[in-house]
Design a protein around this ligand. Structure first.
Ligand code: NAP
Length: 240
């Protein structure tokens, strides 16, 4: 079985959901994992100083870097464009796009130096298809998908692999954050999903692990993974 023995990894946003499950999976595969989030009190990717301090602390602890999983992200609100709030749009773009770019820029020299670096970005079906009343989140994930491809262009010839995990509906705290703590609205997102329900965080961790454990010359550019009941960004079959 392929392992990540001795590999040094940073995961952003591992205080919950997909990040937490992936941190466990990578540790089980033998990697040393350094995690950060606002709840952990050591990382806010929207804050350049916080991000710089976090990367410095991670490198001091790990002694180098082989893997960056850019997972931290969120959505705010579920409104048509004309009702979308400026502050929600700003938070989504600053977190999902600028935060991910900042983390990448700070980590990249160390990933190159390792001689076998790997960046995994957390994309979404929202970066493949738009869906109604999700404009800022959709815009942010299209940006993540575009940035991932731009990274591949700029890194050609350098020993860094780049992957994008485009996930459909995954049951995490994502909807609770999107609906600003409204549990009823959040739970409704995951209820009645037909044919076995939504994905869970472990399903995505397994995709990340798959991308990370291919032979060194194999670059998994994108994994698009959805629940059986979901056939596109906004088309999810529900049990009546
Ligand atoms: P989640 O349970 O809400 O986890 C989000 C993580 O991101 C938390 O650990 C959160 O930590 C962290 N985070 C948010 N803002 C941050 C910031 N400014 N600085 C540092 N960390 C921050 O949701 P999830 O579903 O696991 O989401 C993880 C990623 O998967 C996101 O990029 C999301 O867009 C993507 N995704 C989710 C789904 C889905 O259906 N759930 C589908 C496709 C893609 P703190 O709150 O402690 O900072």
């Amino acid at each position: 079985m392929a392992t990540l023995d001795g590999k040094r990894a940073i995961i952003t946003g591992a205080s919950s959901g997909i990040g937490a499950a992936t941190a466990r999976a990578l540790e089980e595969a033998g990697a040393r994992v350094y995690t950060g989030s606002r709840r952990d009190g050591n990382l806010d990717v929207t804050d350049p100083e916080s991000t710089k301090r976090f990367v410095e602390a991670a490198l001091a602890e790990l002694g180098g870097l082989d893997i960056l999983f850019n997972n931290a992200g969120l959505s705010r609100g579920r409104d048509p464009v004309w009702e979308s709030l400026e502050e929600d749009e700003r938070e989504v773009i600053e977190t999902n796009v600028l935060g991910l770019m900042r983390m990448t820029r700070l980590c990249l020299p160390h990933l190159i130096e390792s001689g076998h670096g790997h960046i995994v970005n957390m994309g979404s079906v929202a970066g493949v298809w738009s869906y109604p009343s999700g404009s800022s989140y959709v815009a942010s994930k299209f940006a993540v998908h575009g940035y991932t491809r731009a990274l591949r262009d700029d890194l050609q010839g350098k020993p860094v692999r780049v992957s994008n995990i485009a996930a459909g509906i995954v049951e995490t705290e994502f909807s609770k954050v999107r609906f600003k703590g409204d549990e009823e609205k959040a739970n409704a997102v995951y209820e009645n999903v037909a044919m076995g329900g939504p994905l869970n965080a472990q399903d995505i961790a397994e995709c990340v692990l798959f991308a990370l454990t291919r032979r060194p010359n194999v670059n998994i550019d994108e994994i698009l993974v959805m629940a059986l009941a979901q056939v596109s960004g906004g088309n999810i079959l529900r049990e009546s």
